[in-house]
Design a protein around this ligand. Structure first.
Ligand code: NAD
Ligand code: LMR
Length: 329
C-alpha cells in the first residue's frame, strides 16, 4: 500500500524521503531580505537537504518568507525580523549563511563594509557551520573567529569565508574562453576574497587554460577584479547579487552534503589555516560531518603564481590583523 502511494506521489512529481537518510537540516540566512539574501533563500528553498529555512533580517522577512513558503518543496520557511528575533532564527541551526551587510558602491573598498551576528550564533547554535558572505570577507572571518573564541565556542573547522564566487567566475571565464561547458571546468582559487588576495591557479585548471603569459595575466586580473566589473556595471545599484546567490547556495549545499555524510565534497573556502604565513587562507577543503575534514593545502604553483602568492600574503595578513584588532578593541 505504502509503495503504491509513494509511486503515485512520484508520478505526480511529489518527492518522498527514504527512512534512514537524515535530510532534515535547519539553515538560517542572516540578511535574507537583501539583494543576495532573497535569491539565495530561493535557491536554498529548493535544496532537498533543507527542512527548516529561517530567514532573518532587520526588514521585510515576513513577506519574503510568506512568498517562499508557497513553493512546493518540503522545507518550512519562517521569517524573523529585528534583533529581538535573531536568537529564534538561529536556534538549533545546522548551517548559518550570512549575507547581511551593505553592498559596495563605486569608489568604496570592501573595508567600508561590516556586519556581525557572531554573538547570537555562539548562544543559539554553537555547533553550526557558519558561512560568511559579508564583505570584507578577509577581515569579517577573523572578527567572527575572535568573537566566537571569547564566547568559548570557536571551532576553526566550522567557520568559513565564502570565496566560491571567485571559483564560479573562474569556471565561467575559462569555460567560455575554451569553448567548453563551464560546469566541467575544475580550478582552485586560493588566498582571500579581494583584489590581489584572490589567486586563481590557472596552471592547475582542467581542462588546461592554454595561453601566452599576457593572456594568463589578463585572465588572472579579470578574476581578481570581477567584483569591480559588476559594481561598475550596476553603476551605484549595488554589487554582485545573483551570481553570489548561486555561489552561496552551491557552498551551503556542499556544507550540507558534507554534514549528510557524502564523500569527496571539495570546495575552496577561506578558513583558519597553517598552509601559509597568513592565519586565514583559502585552499581546497574536504567537507564532512564536522565541517572541514581535511585541508588539501596549496595546489602546485608555477613561478608566476608563486609571485602572486608573495603579493597576496602581506595584504591578507594586514586584513586579518585588522579583524583581530577590531574584535579586541
Ligand atoms: P543588500 O543591501 O542588498 O542586502 C543586505 C541585507 O542585509 C539587507 O536586507 C539589510 O537589511 C540586511 N542587514 C543589514 N544589517 C543587518 C543586520 N544587522 N542584521 C541582519 N540583516 C541586516 O546587500 P547585498 O548586495 O545582498 O550584499 C550583502 C553583503 O554581501 C555585502 O557585504 C557585500 O559586499 C557582500 N558580498 C559578498 C560577496 C562574496 O563573494 N563573498 C559577493 C557579493 C557581495
Ligand atoms: C564580489 O566579488 O562581487 C563581491 O565581493 C562584491 C564586491 O564588492 O566586489
Amino acid at each position: 500500500m505504502l509503495k503504491q502511494v509513494t509511486k503515485q506521489l512520484a508520478l505526480q512529481g511529489v518527492r518522498t524521503f527514504s527512512v534512514g537518510q537524515q535530510n532534515n537540516y535547519k539553515v538560517t540566512v542572516c540578511g535574507a531580505a537583501g539583494g543576495i539574501g532573497q535569491p539565495l533563500s530561493l535557491l536554498l528553498k529548493q535544496n532537498p537537504l533543507v527542512t527548516d529555512l529561517a530567514l532573518y533580517d532587520i526588514v521585510h522577512t515576513p513577506g519574503v518568507a510568506a512568498d517562499l513558503s508557497h513553493i512546493d518543496t518540503k522545507s518550512k520557511t519562517a521569517g524573523f525580523i529585528g534583533a529581538d528575533q535573531l536568537g529564534d532564527s538561529l536556534k538549533g541551526s545546522d548551517v548559518v549563511v550570512i549575507p547581511a551587510g551593505v553592498p559596495r558602491k563605486p569608489g568604496m573598498t570592501r573595508d567600508d563594509l561590516f556586519n556581525d551576528i557572531s554573538n547570537s550564533i555562539a548562544k543559539n547554535c554553537p555547533k553550526a557551520l557558519v558561512a560568511i558572505i559579508t564583505n570584507p570577507v578577509n577581515t569579517c572571518v577573523p572578527i567572527a573567529a575572535e568573537i566566537l573564541k571569547k564566547a568559548g565556542v570557536y571551532d576553526p573547522k566550522r567557520l568559513f569565508g565564502v570565496s566560491t564566487l571567485d571559483v564560479v567566475r573562474a569556471r565561467a571565464f575559462i569555460g567560455h574562453a575554451l569553448g567548453v561547458d563551464p560546469q566541467t571546468v575544475q580550478i582552485p582559487v586560493i588566498g582571500g576574497h579581494s583584489g590581489v588576495t584572490i589567486l586563481p591557479v590557472l596552471s592547475q585548471s582542467q581542462p588546461l587554460f592554454k595561453g601566452n603569459q599576457d593572456t594568463i595575466e589578463k585572465l588572472t586580473v579579470r578574476i581578481q577584479e570581477a567584483g569591480t566589473e559588476v559594481v561598475k556595471a550596476k553603476a551605484g545599484a549595488g554589487s554582485a547579487t545573483l551570481s553570489m546567490a548561486y555561489a552561496g547556495a552551491r557552498f551551503a549545499g556542499s556544507l550540507l552534503k558534507g554534514l549528510n555524510g557524502e564523500k569527496n565534497v571539495i570546495e575552496c573556502s577561506y578558513v583558519q589555516s597553517t598552509v601559509t604565513e597568513a592565519t586565514f587562507f583559502s585552499t581546497p577543503l574536504v567537507l564532512g560531518k564536522n565541517g572541514v575534514q581535511e585541508n588539501l593545502g596549496l595546489p602546485k604553483l608555477n613561478d608566476y603564481e608563486k609571485k602572486l602568492l608573495e603579493a597576496a600574503i602581506p595584504e591578507l595578513k594586514k586584513n586579518i590583523q585588522k579583524g583581530i584588532d577590531f574584535a579586541n578593541a
